[in-house]
Unconditional design. Structure first.
Length: 213
């Protein structure tokens, strides 16, 4: 047994551990955001698995419908949308869900409502599915002012009012990039652990190079 490798694994920063560390900075936090994010992560893992075996599971091709943008839906589009809608509702922390694949917003039933709204594209770039090019999930999270009578107006807010935003890219590796307002951090899915591991902390845009003419 490689004890060095085992010791290294115990030092890995998983996305769950990372978010819990961030949560500890806010004593008033009740852990709602952590629970919501864990369901988003679970949805990403499920979609990643579906994308990887799309050919074997006969998920390649059209589903026979079009989305709100007028684009023909792929089978994986529909599956991914169902996965994220179900995962977000079951978190018990959302009130309004807005998906690119649905014409209308989804309003969560009162007994399962929470203080967040999630806007998302469950599978962006799905036209690339059949040729094996990278595709991904995009999401943004808003806090609702009230959950008694949520409306679509609650989510028609500027992006700078989001409490978190990110994307998950499915390709040769599965990478989730997340920002909660204190930097941008990248996590790569380790298939052997089934966990997203922090691999790209504090991502920044490189300074523009100056070229001498």
């Amino acid at each position: 047994m490689d004890h060095a490798a085992d010791a290294h694994r115990t030092d890995l920063m998983t996305i769950t551990r990372f978010v819990l560390n961030e949560q500890s900075k806010y004593p008033e936090s009740r852990g709602d955001f952590t629970i919501l994010l864990s369901h988003i992560v679970l949805g990403c893992k499920f979609v990643c698995s579906a994308v990887n075996k799309a050919g074997l599971a006969k998920l390649i091709g059209l589903a026979g419908e079009t989305n709100i943008q007028g684009e023909e839906q792929k089978k994986l589009d529909v599956l991914s949308n169902d996965v994220f809608v179900n995962a977000l509702i079951s978190s018990g922390r959302t009130s309004v869900l807005v998906s690119e694949e649905d014409e209308e917003a989804t309003f969560v039933e009162p007994s399962k409502r929470g203080k967040y709204c999630v806007v998302f594209d469950p599978l962006d770039g799905s036209s690339n599915i059949d040729c094996g090019v990278s595709i991904g999930t995009i999401f943004g999270i808003y806090t609702l002012d009230h959950i008694d009578e949520p409306t679509t107006e609650d989510v028609l807010k500027p992006g700078n009012e989001m409490v978190a935003a990110g994307y998950c890219m499915y390709g040769s590796s599965c990478m989730l990039v997340l920002s909660t307002g204190t930097g941008v951090h990248g996590f790569t899915l380790d298939p052997s652990l089934g966990e997203f591991i922090l691999t790209h902390p504090d991502i920044k845009i490189p300074k523009k190079e100056t070229f001498i003419q």
